[in-house]
Design a protein around this ligand. Sequence first.
Ligand SMILES: Nc1ncnc2c1ncn2[C@@H]1O[C@H](COP(=O)(O)OP(=O)(O)O)[C@@H](O)[C@H]1O
Ligand SMILES: N[C@@H](CCC(=O)OP(=O)(O)O)C(=O)O
Length: 389
Amino acid sequence: MPTNTATSSVVAKAKRLVAKVGSTLVTNEGKGIDLAAVGQWAAQIAALHSQGRQVVLVSSGAIAEGMARLGWARRPSTMNELQAAAAVGQMGLAQAYEAAFAKHDIRTAQILLTHEDLADRRRYLNARSTLYTLLALGVVPIVNENDTVVTDEIRLGDNDTLGALVTNLIEADALIILTDQRGLYSADPRKHPEARFIDVAQAGDPALEAMAGGAGSGIGTGGMITKVLAAKRAANSGGHTVIASGREPDVLLRLARGEAIGSELRAALPVRSARKRWLANHLRLRGRVTLDAGAVRAITQGHKSLLPIGVIAVEGEFERGDVVACVDQHGVECGRGLINYSANDTRRILRQPSSHITEILGSMSDEELMHRDNMVFVRPAAAARKADS
Ligand SMILES: Nc1ncnc2c1ncn2[C@@H]1O[C@H](COP(=O)(O)OP(=O)(O)O)[C@@H](O)[C@H]1O
Ligand SMILES: N[C@@H](CCC(=O)OP(=O)(O)O)C(=O)O
């Protein structure tokens, strides 16, 4: 069995793991589900289970497998055809994983998620409890995006992002992204064979995004950039990411033994509470409020609640409880949070002291527009600098 001498504790110490396998690997570059590979991942995950670790598998490949089953040589361009292919292919994925894990006496569960499931706090909490329950039962959840119900505007589109969101959701210690390359290189190795291999880096380092700029294999959708961004997102909950080759024999087991394989993108950020992480991870916001310079300073430097008096403009249509961005007068986001008033009511009370809310609206639910406990502050230094200028 291959080994190398370099060691790493990132996966070795992990009790809860998310492993993500891309379309290229799962479907053997689009030829159809690679049953041998699926069998090897199942055997490795079974071994990790026996070590007392919990594993969630995020698997792509529904569209590629659907295309293979339908005899389509070219990826369709319409959303309906992609959704039809995903619906056909997801059956193949479910069958393959169920059969492979059954050989190790392990049950699997299919979890199909959409962005909306993770954006709505109640649905997010439901998804989290279901996953925790499955893990406690010793089941391996197999996650994919619910491609058949999502539209272009709201689909995540790549499962690297989904893998990171699941890592945050269940507070996994590590996210292992298996792909068709050894890991991250300083440039796309398909076009630049001289590119340098990156063995360790800090998740969120902007230099990595420049390295990973190119598109993917043509079968997968994300390429390397979505993997690098996924590592940055996973780091929000303290999750370390390893990007490694899924063709490396026993890759999951060797990582768990402490072998340094692939590119390790380490989390270094201070870990936020689960609620604040959920806010920070929101991909699409319902609207935004523009703050005057004093309000920007109050929220970014003083970490104060946002009061209506500091708001000078409102964009979008939102309801009480929606997640809304706070921007400065240059349009730079300086925070976001759960808003206590609808867009219409916010328009009526902006620039007003909170003591006038009852008179204007007929009643007052809260004196703050956003409470500091329900806010996260984005790029405080940059936002505050601009507010001062
Ligand atoms: N800096 C880079 N390092 C490694 N691979 C890169 C880089 N930039 C782009 N790529 C491309 O990203 C591809 C992997 O992404 P993708 O095809 O979406 O895989 P998956 O289906 O596993 O998600 C690689 O085959 C490679 O061509
Ligand atoms: N949900 C899609 C996955 C999208 C996709 O191609 O992702 P990836 O291969 O991880 O870049 C599917 O199952 O086909």
